[in-house]
Write a protein that binds this ligand. Structure first.
Ligand SMILES: C[S@@+](CC[C@H](N)C(=O)[O-])C[C@H]1O[C@@H](n2cnc3c(N)ncnc32)[C@H](O)[C@@H]1O
Length: 156
C-alpha cells in the first residue's frame, strides 16, 4: 500500500458513508446561486461529495492521491454515467489541471492533513491557477489541533 488512505479505503468501500457531507450540501446551494458548472475537487476520497455534485449536474474533476479511492470512484462514474473526471494527484506537487478552467474549487477535509505552512501556500497558489474567473472557493478545514472544532472558510 502506498499510503494509509489506500489501506483505509481497501478495508471499507464507503469509509465516510454513502451520503454527501453536510458541507457539500451547503456548498451546493452556493454552486446553484453562482451558476457553477465546473468544479475541481481536491482530496475527493471515495467520492461521496463528488457523486452528489455530479448527480446534480455539475462536472467534477475529482483528485486524490489514493489510487484505491480513485479506482472506486471511476467504477461508480462508469456505472452511473456521471460527469466525473477522477485523477491521482499529490497536493504537494503542481496540479496537472487546465489553467483558468474551473468555476469553483471544493475541498472537504484535505487541508487538515499534515501540510507545512509552505505547502499550504503552495496549494493555495495552485488553487488560484484553476479558476476561470475568481468566483467561489469553498474549503473546510477540520482543525485537529483545536479539538473537534470545524472551521469553514467562504471566499468569493
Ligand atoms: C479525511 S479524507 C476526506 C475525503 C473526502 N473529501 C470526504 O470528505 O469523504 C482526506 C483525503 O485526502 C487525501 N489526501 C491526503 N493527503 C493528500 C495529498 N498530499 N495529496 C492528495 N490527496 C491527499 C486522502 O487520500 C483522503 O482521501
Amino acid at each position: 500500500m502506498s499510503n494509509i488512505w489506500d489501506k483505509i479505503y481497501s478495508d471499507a468501500s464507503a469509509f465516510f458513508g454513502e451520503d454527501p457531507s453536510d458541507f457539500a450540501q451547503k456548498c451546493y446551494n452556493y454552486f446553484k446561486k453562482y451558476g457553477v458548472k465546473r468544479t475541481l475537487e481536491l482530496g475527493c476520497g471515495q467520492g461521496r461529495d463528488t457523486i452528489f455534485f455530479a448527480s446534480n449536474g455539475i462536472d467534477v474533476e475529482a483528485l486524490d492521491y489514493s489510487v484505491i479511492a480513485v479506482d472506486i470512484l471511476d467504477k461508480i462514474r462508469k456505472e452511473k454515467s456521471l460527469p466525473i473526471k477522477p485523477g491521482i494527484f499529490d497536493a504537494k506537487s503542481p496540479f496537472a489541471i487546465q489553467d483558468s478552467f474551473f468555476d469553483a474549487v471544493y475541498s472537504h477535509m484535505l487541508l487538515n492533513m499534515r501540510f507545512s505552512l509552505k505547502q499550504l501556500h503552495f496549494i493555495f497558489s495552485e488553487i488560484k491557477r484553476a479558476y476561470y474567473i475568481f468566483r467561489l472557493e469553498v474549503i473546510r478545514m477540520f482543525c485537529i489541533t483545536k479539538g473537534k472544532k470545524l472551521i469553514t472558510i467562504f471566499m468569493k
